[in-house]
Design a protein around this ligand. Structure first.
Ligand code: APR
Length: 320
């Protein structure tokens, strides 16, 4: 059986890391696409040359021609610009919306059966625009944010409790921005919810609140340190977790920016929610019940996402 074909649209920091991970994990053959001629070809060749030492079987090709992504099983989109210190993800909206138009059309014309994972920011609005421009079924177009935000939350919690990250589960909902909603009630250490751990004296409410805030600011913390771009190792790894669940029909329960029409009281919006990812893409959006305070935070986050979608419609009337 032929290996799956994985197209990476954008061969920058995240795109290159994605290509390396796909090869190391032998998830399939890679096509790296970018408009900057030479970059995708150079990265593909460099990673291919690590194959003999690493011992993986995967072919890697760099290209500036959309025809080369033909028939891709998965497309992961990082095309666009990342933020610089002092910028919010929302500041990228105008420039990255234009990029989503060309990428959406490229995928529509060459890989209409692919499972598409968008990473480009501002995430919730960009994945919405990508679905509109590509015309692919909404269950096949998703945004990567919740897996990354939850991973950051899990990492900080494992440091606080001095336990393995493997035993920490965490749940982050809402938009991938300052209003994201880390849900402590649904986050656990060894199955024990965080509020219970506060009662047990494992940590204090103040410390937990600080970890929640650090999670919300997780992307900005990395931007502030790097100064020349944004995070790429953890974002790439998070998208690979989603792609693997699709390609292997794992039916992982993963939070991601999915099309919600009915679930969680939403009517037609991309926002971070718990989902099941399997061979059909988003197999299910898990319609959880929120407590009053959680619902208020989620509503605020949803409003922020709606505002960005409206801003996209203001820039391009074909989206209205
Ligand atoms: N089509 C294809 N590729 C494009 C296009 C386009 N229209 N416009 C820009 N690119 C390419 C750039 O040439 C660059 O190689 O996208 C790549 C982006 O790479 P980086 O600048 O290194 O950015 P990266 O860190 O990978 O982040 C990409 O993901 O997390 C988000 O906020 C981040 O929106 C940003 C995206």
């Amino acid at each position: 059986m032929a290996r799956p074909k994985i197209a990476l649209i954008g061969a920058g920091q995240i795109g290159g890391t994605l290509a390396h991970l796909v090869a190391l994990k032998e998830l399939g053959d890679v096509v790296l696409f970018d408009i900057a001629d030479g970059v995708p070809q150079g990265k593909a060749l460099d990673i291919a040359e690590s194959g003999p030492s690493e011992g993986f079987d995967a072919s890697l090709k760099g290209t500036t021609d959309y025809a080369d992504i033909a028939g891709a099983d998965v497309c992961i989109v990082t095309a666009g610009v990342p933020r610089k210190p002092g910028m919010s993800r929302d500041d990228l909206l105008g420039i990255n919306l234009k990029v989503m138009k060309s990428v959406g059309e490229g995928i529509r014309d060459n890989a209409p059966n692919a499972f598409v994972i968008c990473i480009t920011n501002p995430l919730d609005a960009m994945v919405w625009a990508l679905q509109q421009y590509s015309g692919l079924p909404p269950e096949k177009v998703v945004g990567m944010a919740g897996v990354l935000d939850s991973a950051r939350f899990r990492h900080f919690l494992s440091l606080e409790f001095d336990v393995s990250m493997k035993d920490v589960t965490a749940f982050v909902l809402g938009g991938h921005g300052d209003t994201m909603v880390p849900l402590t009630r649904y986050s656990t250490v060894g199955g024990i919810p965080l509020p219970d751990l506060v009662k047990m004296g494992w940590t204090s409410q103040d410390k937990l609140d600080a970890i929640v805030q650090r999670t919300r600011d997780g992307g900005a913390e990395i931007v502030g340190l790097l100064k020349t771009g944004s995070a790429y190792y953890a974002p790439a790894t998070s998208a690979i977790e989603m792609a693997e669940s699709y390609l292997k029909d794992q039916r992982r329960v993963l939070p991601c920016a999915a099309w919600c029409d009915g679930a969680l009281g939403l009517n037609g919006l991309y926002v971070g929610v718990p989902t099941v990812i399997g061979a059909n893409g988003i197999e299910k959006v898990i319609d959880i019940t929120l407590a009053k305070d959680e619902q208020a935070m989620f509503d605020k986050s949803v409003d922020a996402v709606r505002g960005l979608v409206e801003a996209c419609k203001g820039i391009d009337d074909s989206l209205a």
